[in-house]
Design a protein around this ligand. Structure first.
Ligand SMILES: [Zn+2]
Length: 250
């Protein structure tokens, strides 16, 4: 499985929803500031903080197992509490996650299988990011003395829009991967990358144009493993027979 990106925010226009859309590293307080000056470090180290990768793995498992929002909450309540997410935020996001249409679960070729794994990871990353954002909205409402339920409703409206972008990106990945698997059946595992070149072509797609790639190992384009047609929301790239003598993208 591809290493999960550190964070998944709303897919923006720039990098494709790939969702790498506004990913930011998880916020962590700089350890130096936590230590009162002049104090020696504690003799026993505090328990290791939860790693984002552990959380994402737990969320992937829970999303795969839960059939209802209540089950999802039950499966994740403990680990989310450790990560600073309260039940109010978790419940709100769990209900939202249940409206995510079921992912395609089986791929017919290597590129599709890769796209499906990516989608599963992205969905979990979105849930984690949404929990953090909704939790932040709740904290802000509490500190300002404004109604918490209103803050949750407003935050969820935003999350719904982000989720729609993620869903669109997921289905774009599956479509692009089907085209790649189809091309691989015709031409083999080594394929050519073609970009529609005009003033709207993104820098990454422009660079990839005319190079080759392996269908079962999506090359890194614009910062993430991508297939032609799914680098960003309006990607118009397509796979073809390999170009003779062209470099193979890593
Ligand atoms: Zn493109």
């Amino acid at each position: 499985m591809a290493a999960p990106a550190p964070h998944s925010g709303p897919p923006g226009a720039a990098p494709p929803p790939r969702v790498q859309p506004r990913r930011q590293p998880p916020k962590q307080a700089p350890p130096a500031q936590q230590q009162p000056t002049g104090q020696p470090p504690p003799a026993t180290p505090p328990p290791a903080p939860l790693l984002p990768a552990q959380l994402i793995a737990a969320i992937i498992a829970a999303l795969g197992a839960a059939l209802t929002a209540a089950q999802l909450v039950r499966l994740l309540a403990k680990i989310m509490a450790l990560a600073g997410i309260g039940l109010l935020a978790l419940r709100a996001v769990a209900v939202l996650m249940m409206s995510w249409p079921p992912d395609v679960l089986e791929g017919t070729g290597p590129a599709q299988r890769h796209a499906i794994r990516t989608n599963v990871t992205r969905r979990a990353q979105f849930m984690w990011s949404a929990c953090k954002r909704v939790q932040a909205a709740i904290a802000a409402a509490r500190s300002q003395g404004t109604p918490v339920l209103d803050a949750i409703a407003a935050a969820l409206a935003t999350e719904k829009r982000y989720m729609a972008q993620h869903i669109a990106a997921s289905s774009q990945r599956v479509q692009a991967s089907s085209a790649v698997d189809g091309a691989a059946e015709a031409y083999g595992n080594l394929l050519g990358w073609n970009s529609h070149l005009d003033s709207r072509t993104s820098a990454g797609c422009r660079l990839a144009n005319g190079k080759n790639f392996y269908a079962d190992r999506p090359p890194v384009v614009e910062g993430a493993p991508s297939l032609p047609g799914a680098v960003h929301p309006s990607c118009r790239c397509w796979p073809s027979a390999p170009f003779k003598g062209a470099p193979v993208m890593p």
